[in-house]
Design a protein around this ligand. Sequence first.
Ligand SMILES: Cc1cc2nc3c(=O)[nH]c(=O)nc-3n(C[C@H](O)[C@H](O)[C@H](O)COP(=O)(O)OP(=O)(O)OC[C@H]3O[C@@H](n4cnc5c(N)ncnc54)[C@H](O)[C@@H]3O)c2cc1C
Length: 260
Amino acid sequence: MVAMRQRGPWFDRLVDISAIPELREIVVRGDQIRLGACVTFARAAAHPQLRALTPMLAEACLSIGGPQIQNVGTVGGNVANAAACADTLPVLVALDAQAHIAGAAGERVLPVSELIIAPHHTALQQGELLTAFSFAAPPAGARSIFIKVGRRNAQAISRLSVAAIGHVDAAGLVDHVRLAVGAALPRPQRLTAVEALVHGQRPAPGLYALAGAQAVAVMLDITGRRWSTEYKEVALSQLAPYALARVLEDAPLPTRFDTP
Ligand SMILES: Cc1cc2nc3c(=O)[nH]c(=O)nc-3n(C[C@H](O)[C@H](O)[C@H](O)COP(=O)(O)OP(=O)(O)OC[C@H]3O[C@@H](n4cnc5c(N)ncnc54)[C@H](O)[C@@H]3O)c2cc1C
């Protein structure tokens, strides 16, 4: 709607898909989750099982715009719009979510990380529709977090965001870790080099700091130095260690949804 007002309609037909029941479903079977593309941010954030299994997804949805945007905007729209700063993207990528796509030629499935090819560009072909996202919940006992840095607390576009999942085994070593960043790279992706550095290690401030430095190195490797690098390298070097510490240690997680 905002784009239409800015540049006028660039299409000859507009189809409202928001009431198609299949696209609005949230299905949780064990640890397998299927989220319809037309699920609004507000519904995803309010879903008790989603909140329990993937708190970072609810956190991301509640960080988007304000209540008006959360009541109307959808996860599918957020992904298809493919803004580099889209808040559901790092979360879905950290979860290794698959995008389900329907078209006249049939259905296909693509990892969300491959669906986004550049800012505001996706691999969707003309006439294709995102129908759902599917993913496994993080392993039992894992903690997850989404943190966004914006200029204010509401109606703020992410300057940088981080989605992290972590679990420590009985011996005190990291046996599951995922880290994805938003608004830092042209397309959302897991920072697998950082994950490899942390996996198998004992959580400690020194490890988090190394991970932060590695995250910055990965970002610079992909983007080079840009006008925003001066800010983002400092922010990421702090945000990545903070997120890892929160998911790998026992302290209560900061949350936007304290009341059920
Ligand atoms: C005031 C304001 C604040 C905002 N704040 C944030 C924020 O903090 N964080 C953030 O991430 N975003 C933010 N946004 C962006 C907004 O969340 C996204 O644009 C929104 O998710 C898309 O809304 P929608 O679901 O209504 O999709 P639409 O606007 O209807 O569609 C967006 C694009 O995706 C396509 N599309 C939609 N659904 C599908 C589908 N199922 N299959 C294929 N293509 C599809 C449409 O054709 C269109 O090109 C903000 C927007 C506004 C106006």
